[in-house]
Design a protein around this ligand. Structure first.
Ligand SMILES: [Zn+2]
Length: 144
């Protein structure tokens, strides 16, 4: 395993911050061309639509994704671990980018890690189980 990088929402402490935010903007344009509309329904703050979208677009998962895309080999799967539940918009973003960029993205959070462990499917690798579960889960989010 390589080095682990941690991100919090709106993080600007990483040495590659400028590149990360540039990549985020590029990703957003790419996604919008593919029909993406930011899901701001759960941004519970009385601010403008633009502010809500900016707020959403700087969630830690997206920062981590942008960082992974600019720093990992094209064929490497992107592994993320998070300590909070991912919001719907981040699910949509990861699913769409995984598809558009043909990248395998694996996210592990405390809840799903637990589910997968108790699923007891010994034939597949742990990562593959997570990946399929994740894809299924994302599929559900995307088609809603
Ligand atoms: Zn989010």
């Amino acid at each position: 395993m390589g080095k682990t990088h941690s991100f919090i929402a709106h993080d600007k402490s990483h040495p590659l911050t400028a590149q990360i935010y540039t990549e985020l903007n590029a990703l957003r344009k790419e996604m919008e061309r593919a029909g993406y509309v930011p899901d701001t329904r759960f941004v519970g703050r009385a601010v403008s639509q633009q502010e809500k979208e900016d707020f959403l677009s700087h969630h830690s998962e997206k920062l981590a994704l942008a960082f992974a895309l600019i720093s990992l080999d094209k064929d490497s799967p992107i592994l993320m671990r998070q300590n909070l539940r991912m919001c719907r918009d981040c699910h949509t973003t990861l699913a769409l980018i995984s598809k558009l960029r043909r990248r395998k993205i694996i996210v592990r959070d405390a809840k799903r890690y637990h589910h997968v462990r108790t699923a007891n499917v010994p034939v597949m690798h742990f990562g593959d189980i997570l990946y399929f579960f994740f894809l299924f889960f994302l599929q559900v989010c995307v088609t809603q």
